[in-house]
Write a protein that binds this ligand. Structure first.
Ligand SMILES: C[S@@+](CC[C@H](N)C(=O)[O-])C[C@H]1O[C@@H](n2cnc3c(N)ncnc32)[C@H](O)[C@@H]1O
Length: 420
């Protein structure tokens, strides 16, 4: 097959590269943005997300394709490297300690022990990208964004995900070409493995690079401020789980499978402190050993989800943002192990994952799909894919899909079907 390439005779007029994307759309987009601002004052976050999408469309309409391109490959890439530098050398922690006042590059560089000329260049770029407020030459006032970088849940994503796995994304095309442009679903042969010449999976790779804790911090906080599965607006925990739960001394209420270092269970316990029965956190030994602080009410259990599920008859088995890491044939094994442990008529399986809509998918959902593709040869699934995996292949029944909102994981509530 010949690969189409741009040639001097290609039918695209060069001048489009330096003209705004769609300047004619600006008046209507501005009107929609104006309307969106008025709609902000509601109890849900959806109007704000819609407003952001409109604002992005406005920038796109005004920007030229050339500006788009350099924004991606100079601007955004430069931000990632400058912010990661700031996380690693302690810039964001120091600036947060200094408070909201304007801060001089030379003072910061002196306190951090970094070359002031280097810090000057990095901070200048971060400011030029709109992320600092410049108050004078080499003097910047923090913004909420730069202040938030001090939080491990925000800052550590730049090291634990972007810089330690970024080669997979940037070299994906080469991997894909080698695979004949197929939609790869082999978890033992991923773009990440190809980019870094390793046979390690993503979690082991990041851990062995020394960024395991950073990845866990990011995982614990990447959905900060978004609806959680146990919020009444998403899933009615009291009515669906607590109401008919066993209250005996050995009863298990919730097993979090692939629960990482326990952030979801801790949050659940804070929200529902009187739910009856044990809360059990399961993950691989490598992850359980990384736990620093965990509410002692939560039972830690080393458990590989490809092995038999040792906890039988829990009220609910919960698995969050984990099946999307694995292709169908491996999810079959994970689901079979859970199903075998479920008590028919009592246990529920709660799969907390994105359900990709057929149209108008939100960029957070598609962006995460790109991560799944390049890091795991895996995917975010559509509703049809979930039904196929859960009902046809695993023989479970989807009782209901409880939506979390645009770009947010839904709760797919499953049971053992009656006839079994
Ligand atoms: C994307 S993280 C999701 C973590 C957590 N559920 C959350 O939503 O933040 C996937 C988790 O699966 C765990 N995991 C990977 N392979 C596993 C296995 N074979 N058995 C159990 N857990 C595993 C990883 O260690 C990691 O904590």
């Amino acid at each position: 097959m010949s690969i189409p390439t741009a040639t001097p005779n290609s039918p695209v007029d060069n001048s489009i590269a330096s003209r705004p994307g769609n300047i004619g759309a600006v008046p209507s987009l501005l009107a929609e943005i104006q309307q969106g601002i008025q709609d902000l004052d509601t109890s849900t976050d959806e109007p704000r997300k819609d407003l952001l999408v409109r604002c992005r469309a406005l920038v796109q309409a005004i920007e030229t394709p050339r500006e788009n391109m350099v924004d991606h490959i100079w601007g955004q890439m430069g931000v990632i490297s400058a912010v990661a530098f700031g996380v690693d050398c302690g810039l964001w922690v120091l600036m947060a300690q200094n408070g909201d006042q304007p801060q001089k590059v030379t003072n910061l560089a002196g306190d951090l022990g970094v070359d002031p000329e280097l810090l000057r260049r990095l901070m200048r770029h971060i400011c030029a990208m709109g992320l600092f407020i410049e108050v004078g030459e080499d003097e910047y006032r923090p913004t909420n964004y730069t202040k938030a970088l001090r939080l491990p849940q925000i800052g550590h994503g730049y090291l634990g995900l972007a810089s330690s796995t970024g080669g997979a994304t940037l070299k994906f095309h080469e991997f894909s070409r080698q695979k004949g442009w197929e939609n790869s679903t082999n978890q033992q042969d991923t773009a990440l493995m190809s980019a870094y010449h390793t046979d390690k999976d993503m979690f082991t790779w990041v851990h062995d690079q020394g960024y395991g804790q950073h990845l866990n911090d990011y995982l614990g906080g990447y959905n900060l401020g978004r609806p959680r599965w146990m919020d009444p607006s998403v899933y009615p925990v009291q009515e669906r789980l607590i109401k008919d739960a066993d209250t005996g001394p050995d009863a298990v209420f919730l097993v979090d499978i692939g629960g990482n270092v326990g952030h979801d269970l801790e949050r659940f316990h804070r929200r529902h402190p009187h739910a009856p029965g044990k809360l059990i956190l399961q993950d691989l030994p490598m992850m359980i050993h990384q736990i620093r602080d965990l509410d002692p009410v939560i039972v830690r259990m080393e458990c590989d989800f490809y092995d038999e599920q040792p906890v039988k008859g829990a009220r609910a088995y919960y698995i969050h943002s984990t099946l999307h890491n694995w292709p169908d044939h491996l999810c079959d094994v994970i689901l079979a192990n859970i199903k075998a442990a479920m008590r028919p008529g009592y246990s529920k399986l709660l799969i907390n994952e994105n359900v990709v809509p057929a149209t108008n998918a939100h960029w957070e959902t598609t962006g995460l799909d790109m991560m799944m593709l390049t890091l795991f040869s895996s995917m975010q699934r559509t509703s049809a894919m979930w039904y196929d995996l859960i009902e046809k292949r695993a023989g479970l029944k989807i009782v209901k899909i409880w939506s979390g909102g645009k770009g947010v994981e839904s709760v797919i509530e499953c049971e053992i079907p009656w006839e079994e």
